[in-house]
Design a protein around this ligand. Structure first.
Ligand code: SAM
Ligand code: SF4
Length: 341
């Protein structure tokens, strides 16, 4: 593709001041969730009033504007995306871009609603999904998610597999919670033919407790896994922040996302949109652009396209997640459920 304009839409392509092409948009379609994972939310969260949310039609229009500007991958996330009413409609609409300007339409979910939606998601053109699963122990699952039901998520994963969706599991590594289980999660995932990605806890949003208590560097996890498995470095990359290794004994892949111990910003190709139309150019920074105003100002897309260009011109070089150990304040005030990870 030409560096300056999209070949079909003739829209200026999204290239930030550091020469990074923005080709990936993550969209949080709701800040609400049917779980209350301890590292993500406080138990009693105040959610946005529904009137502040973009309608599904507006989300479709915004996502399509990004696609016209060269975004080739859309990930729908939340909160829990599948608890948003009529969410399937958005997948069905966005799928019109697949095979043309869009390479992939995908989803990150806690799995609770997959039994209900897996087949229709696949029919709407979704091929791969990420399911978050931090433990295989039902009691521990309840303790981590507070409101989640382990059997329901397992049934959801089964339904996804049966529908022909390719599943990747995401697990947050938590000191004193699931650190003794990571090897079992790996065996489970690879036994089912799923890749597994491990994530370090990030200091985002007040969760009513001290997150540093559960922070576990993945360098330690990796060293421990090597007692049981042979990890082979591979060049495989998805364009995302994960670094992958192959597990020799299983043939499966394991990814490590290490925002706290290793900065992965140099190759960052993504931006994040909230359900109110706020665009965050970096997961680890508070600077944001309001796209709802230009979206609603006119049925003509020109002001919106200009606002997107201006936002990308402000994409920062990188994040600097540090937990202030004295004040214990999160590095970023918003919760992960606002931008969806
Ligand atoms: N509800 C869906 C889910 O759980 O997959 C999608 C949204 S959730 C915010 C996306 C991912 O962010 C999940 O894999 C979750 O484990 C992860 N996450 C949430 N809070 C986090 C935090 N503070 N640090 C690291 N990962 C976090
Ligand atoms: Fe909900 Fe996902 Fe946050 Fe858990 S991690 S509370 S499932 S948004």
């Amino acid at each position: 593709m030409d560096d300056l304009v999209h070949p079909v839409t003739a829209e200026p392509a999204l290239v930030d001041p550091f020469g990074r092409h923005v080709s990936y948009l993550r969209v949080s379609v709701t800040d609400r969730c049917d779980f209350r994972c301890t590292y993500c939310m406080a138990e009693h969260m105040t959610f946005l009033p529904k009137r502040d949310l973009l309608s599904l039609e507006e989300l479709d229009r915004l996502c399509s504007a990004f696609v016209a500007k060269g975004v080739r991958k859309l990930r729908i996330t939340g909160g829990e995306p599948l608890v948003r009413k009529n969410i399937l409609w958005l997948f069905q609409q966005l799928s019109r871009h697949l095979g043309d300007r869009l390479d992939e339409l995908t989803l990150t979910t806690n799995g609770s609603q997959l039994a209900k939606y897996a087949r229709e998601l696949k029919a709407a053109g979704v091929e791969r999904i990420n399911v978050s699963l931090d433990t295989l122990n039902p009691a521990k699952f309840k303790a981590i998610t507070r409101w989640g039901d382990f059997a329901q998520v397992m049934a959801g994963i089964d339904a996804a597999e049966a529908a022909g969706l390719s599943v990747k599991l995401n697990a947050v590594a938590l000191k004193g919670v699931n650190e003794d289980e990571i090897g079992d999660l790996l065996a489970f995932a690879h036994g089912r033919g799923f890749d597994l990605t491990l994530i370090e806890t990030m200091p985002m949003g007040d969760i009513g407790e001290d997150r540093t208590d559960h922070y576990l560097p993945l360098s330690i996890v990796r060293a421990r896994l090597m007692d049981r498995w042979t990890l082979e470095d591979i060049a495989f990359r998805t364009g995302g922040p994960a670094r992958y290794v192959r597990v020799k004994e299983t043939g499966g892949k394991i990814g490590f996302i290490t925002p706290m111990t290793h900065n992965f910003c140099e190759s960052c190709n993504r931006v994040r949109l909230t359900c109110t139309g706020t665009l965050y150019m970096c997961l680890g920074q508070d600077d944001a652009a309001d796209l709802r105003m230009p979206l609603r100002a006119s049925s003509d897309d020109a002001p919106l396209m200009d606002a997107i260009d201006e936002a990308i011109a402000r994409k920062p070089k990188g994040h600097d997640f540090v937990i202030d150990r004295r004040t214990k304040q999160p590095a970023v005030a918003r919760h992960m459920s606002v931008t969806g990870g």
